[in-house]
Design a protein around this ligand. Structure first.
Ligand code: HEC
Ligand code: HEC
Length: 495
């Protein structure tokens, strides 16, 4: 990675994440002495962890990950650490595959399942699997966001399966909206253009090389303070030294798949997969931007990934399939319609349909995030029955979303001034800004280390890579045949 220099930054507006509903009395998973961390004091650099497709590993610029460090320490009152939800063995995130075994072996008392946000609702009884269904099946964490009193729209709950969808903050009168989201990996952070799915911790923009390093520091500092207060139910603000220690660790982590169970090592035969190569990737805000935002004015290339080009004529069938999948990612045409953030974007000329590729949105070379802040609504949180766009309906029908609260948003208008109603499981950025233009929009995430941390999308609605590919194939009219889908899946699993 490239480091950039300074620029001081202050002016923090604080986005508070208040717990919605009534938080139960301590005891809901708070009193455990069981700890699931191993006794190993360090995780070796690039130590492989097995997953269903092979193994993944994390590169650390510290030489090894010290498991006695602040990231692994309890900073709050409920026994959790950062590593409770950001595990090296699970792509620095959580894999839903591991949840049930942990729940069973600890009778649901592992701090992860604390009802504050590790259950469907905050008064869920410890050890009750039914009321922990969202974390057990999808690895979802409840995130409670306060809607500004000045919001342009009105939000109501159409479906409230856990009695917790919208509550009122008694102090401010604000609505507190509960949404359920996947932990983002604490890896590849220097390649981010926004922090959190809904971008809410991006207090200072990650949009210019000159300010990237300082602004990322500001954003991750606030993110950590909020994580301690909310996830760890902290009552003491972390010290400057503790913050510095966590930021030093997390910004030095890069996670990627290391080996494929059929193709073998992802660095064999000239392959450039794996976390060490990822850590050395060139990145700056706006790199390879398709919409004219590249500060170096280089022409956009849809060839986003160049990891497996040397495998194109490999005699190893699995390697050849991964190479073909990379080519599909880079070249397969798709038609982008109905994406809020793109098709309604006046700066882009509000194109009704935009011909593109996966890389139109996932443009950062060999990383797959979007290199400038441009959150989007591809429809992953929509409800098919309430949609009119045939492609959104076809896409959503490929997904297997959990039973999530469903919200209705009214009071917004479309480009022609006509009233528009949104039905959604997660209003995304709109929830904390209160702006109609932001409704449902989430960031385009980093695409590395995927096989270690299913399911996918902010709400876990793509249970597997297969479902995810079927979503894109239908959503953006790709017309992939069975072999092409398999190749793309094999490639995504080798990221
Ligand atoms: C209970 C689980 C949980 C714990 C504990 C937790 N996190 Fe997270 N983390 C999440 C979830 C869920 C998200 C995504 C939330 C969202 O986007 O709304 C997230 C997002 C993040 C991100 C944003 C990454 C990105 O790509 O934008 C960072 C950084 C992060 N966490 C760091 C930390 C640190 C540091 C700690 C410890 C102080 C911590 N987390 C503790 C669940 C957790
Ligand atoms: C119109 C923009 C757009 C296009 C085109 C696009 N994506 Fe995405 N992608 C996104 C956004 C936005 C998200 C986050 C969506 C969410 O979480 O709801 C995402 C999420 C993903 C994820 C999940 C990552 C995770 O951590 O959960 C994968 C994998 C992915 N995309 C792969 C692809 C592939 C493969 C293609 C081409 C077939 C593609 N994308 C095309 C915008 C796009």
């Amino acid at each position: 990675m490239h480091l950039y220099t300074k620029q001081s930054s202050v002016a923090l507006f604080t986005v508070l994440l208040l717990a919605g509903c009534t938080v139960g009395t301590p005891g809901a998973g708070t009193t455990t002495t069981t700890t699931t961390t191993t006794t190993a004091a360090t995780i070796a650099n690039l130590q492989p962890f097995t997953n269903t497709n092979g193994s993944a590993s994390t590169y650390t610029n510290a030489g090894e990950i010290d498991e006695s460090g602040v990231f692994f320490q309890t900073l709050g009152t409920n026994g959790r650490t950062c590593a409770t939800c950001h595990q090296a063995s699970q792509g620095m995130s959580l894999s839903a595959d591991t949840m049930q075994a942990l729940f069973t072996s600890t009778n649901g008392t592992d701090p992860l399942f604390n009802a504050v946000d590790g259950a469907n609702y905050p008064t869920a009884p410890t050890g009750d699997s039914a009321s922990h269904s969202l974390i057990l099946t999808k690895g979802l964490i409840r995130v409670a966001v306060e809607l500004p009193l000045t919001a342009q729209f009105t939000i109501t709950a159409l479906h409230d399966p856990y009695g917790c969808a919208i509550t009122i903050d008694a102090k401010t009168g604000q609505q507190i909206v509960s949404v359920y989201r996947r932990p983002l990996p604490t890896a590849s952070l220097p390649y981010l253009s926004a922090v959190m799915w809904d971008t809410r911790e991006t207090l200072q923009p990650l949009a210019s090389a000159a300010t990237l390093s300082a602004n990322l520091n500001t954003d991750l500092t606030q993110q950590m303070l909020d994580a301690v207060t909310n996830h760890e139910q902290g009552t003491v603000t972390p010290t400057t030294a503790q913050i510095a220690a966590v930021l030093a660790v997390e910004t030095g982590l890069f996670t990627a798949q290391a080996s494929d169970s059929v193709a073998g090592s992802l660095t064999a035969n000239g392959g450039k997969g794996g976390a060490a190569n990822l850590a050395a990737q060139t990145y700056y805000p706006g790199i390879n931007d398709p919409f004219g935002g590249n500060p170096q004015n280089d022409v956009f290339t849809p060839t986003i990934f160049t990891l497996y080009q040397s495998w194109q004529n490999s005699q190893n069938a699995a390697q050849a399939s991964i190479a073909r999948g990379e080519d599909i990612f880079n070249t397969a045409p798709l038609t982008i319609t109905g994406v809020r953030g793109i098709n309604d974007n006046t700066a882009l000329g509000s194109p009704a349909a935009l011909k593109g590729t996966c890389g139109t949105c996932h443009d950062a070379p060999n990383v797959g995030s979007h290199s400038l802040p441009l959150p989007m609504d591809t429809g992953t949180g929509r409800i098919a029955a309430d949609e009119t766009n045939a492609q959104i309906i076809a896409g959503v029908n490929q997904l297997t979303a959990a039973d999530l609260p469903i919200f209705q948003i009214t009071g917004c208008t479309d480009a022609t001034g006509r009233p528009v109603t949104y039905t959604t499981t997660d209003p995304g950025k709109g929830l904390f800004t209160g702006l109609c233009a932001d409704v449902n929009r989430v960031k385009t995430p980093v695409l590395r280390g995927l096989a270690a941390r299913s399911p996918y999308f902010h709400n876990g609605s793509a249970g597997t890579i297969v479902e995810l590919v079927n979503f894109y194939n239908a959503r953006f009219q790709m017309g992939l045949n069975a072999q092409q889908k398999t190749d793309l899946e094999n490639f995504l699993n080798a990221l």
